[in-house]
Design a protein around this ligand. Structure first.
Ligand code: AMP
Length: 365
């Protein structure tokens, strides 16, 4: 049965992780009259600037976690690598939304693929790779090509090797330090898209419109809405995301990344789910300025046990990430009439570091 407990105005939501996602969640919570308590080991966490209170401690510090749980009416997280033990402990002390199951599934690519298959959504062909022999067998199944990915701790293209020809397999496992891995078939996709879906404590779902994503050096560069996709494809993508959220008995906002695969023999384009993120997602930042209720507010509403808002979009929008020294363009962006700037308050603009983003809106076409 669903746990439908709900928070009262002024109650505190705990957030594990103090990055920009935690920061924007805390801002959304404040808008709804809720307080936030951020838990993060990094004393320079961007979310601390905007939270009611915070704790600097390691994720396995039981005493600190216990004190944190006591101060909160519900707890959530802004990253998927929350240690399993931490999630289980917090779940025994407080309401944890989304629950530990969503973490288990999304932390391990093999579990994730098995789960997605059981949820009935299409994904790339995959194989469990424990050693060189497994890799060779799987490669011959997938036409000698594939993407080898570590089961755990991969992100933004890290922890993966693209194998385009037989020679590319040499040293691939060693490159991943022989970590347990999966091989995926190499998908000749046309575009990358995502759906941000929210599910509340009573099981009601709401999904935002399909988003088209472009990456630079494996890091999200832009998200464009509306996406280049037929009405049918947009509906299918939303349905798939809802199917996944329901199967997980999920509470909160979840990102589902997908590939659009070209039509075969004049048929329709197909969607394959690449991965899910049990949290607010970078490809949903556009919702802040193109919708009445952003993904951050939706997540806070769901975690609080409140009703979801509308996912309706009132504007066309392109979200652009400001990575590393791209943030130095902030003064120019401020003078653009249709640009809404979001900066994360990070002191040092290191290469590859997400420093902020900008939403450029125009009236809905
Ligand atoms: P991921 O870490 O799974 O999000 O992968 C990072 C990027 O690698 C994706 O955004 C794709 O551009 C590419 N990629 C991942 N998996 C595949 C695949 N099976 N076939 C082709 N490209 C892939």
């Amino acid at each position: 049965m669903s746990d439908t407990r709900s928070l009262a105005i002024g109650d505190t939501i705990g957030i594990l992780g103090g990055g920009q996602l935690g920061r924007m969640l805390a801002q959304a919570a404040a808008t709804l009259g809720l307080k936030t308590h951020i838990f993060c080991p990094d004393p320079a966490s961007p979310a601390f600037d905007v939270a009611y209170t915070y704790t600097v401690a390691a994720y396995d510090d039981k005493d600190a976690l216990e004190g944190f749980a006591k101060s909160c009416c519900a707890i959530t997280y802004e990253f998927e690598n929350v240690p399993g033990e931490t999630a289980t402990f917090l779940e025994s002390q407080c309401v944890l939304r989304p629950g530990a199951k969503a973490l288990e599934v999304s932390q391990d690519r093999l579990f994730e693929k098995e789960f997605l298959t059981s949820a009935g959504v299409a994904i790339a062909p995959f194989a469990d790779i424990k050693n060189e022999a497994d890799l060779q067998t799987a490669l011959s199944r997938f036409g000698g090509k594939g993407v080898l990915k570590t089961r755990r701790f991969g992100y933004d293209g890290k922890g993966q090797v693209m194998i385009r020809e037989a020679s590319g397999a040499q040293g691939a496992l060693a490159h991943l330090n022989n970590a347990p891995a999966v091989l995926e078939g190499l998908i000749a996709f046309d575009r990358e898209v995502s759906v941000i879906v929210a599910r509340d404590a009573s099981g009601t779902c709401a999904a935002y419109e399909l988003t088209e994503n472009r990456h630079e050096h494996h890091i999200l560069d832009t998200s464009t809405v509306p996406a280049n996709a037929s009405e049918d494809l947009r509906c299918k993508a939303k349905e798939m995301a809802v199917q996944i959220a329901n199967k997980l008995n999920y509470v909160g906002v979840m990102g589902a990344e997908m590939f659009v695969v070209p039509a075969e023999n004049g048929g329709e384009e197909q969607l394959l789910v690449n991965e899910i993120a049990p949290r607010v997602h970078n490809s949903g930042h556009w919702t802040q300025d193109a919708c009445l209720c952003s993904q951050f507010e939706q997540h806070i509403r769901a975690v609080a046990g409140w009703k979801l808002g509308s996912c309706e979009r009132h504007s066309d929008v392109v979200m652009q990430n400001l990575i590393g020294d791209q943030v130095n363009a902030y003064a120019d962006i401020l003078s653009e009439p249709n640009a809404k700037l979001h900066l994360y308050g990070k002191a040092e603009a290191r290469p590859g570091r997400k420093m902020g983003h900008v939403n450029r809106t125009s009236p809905r076409a």
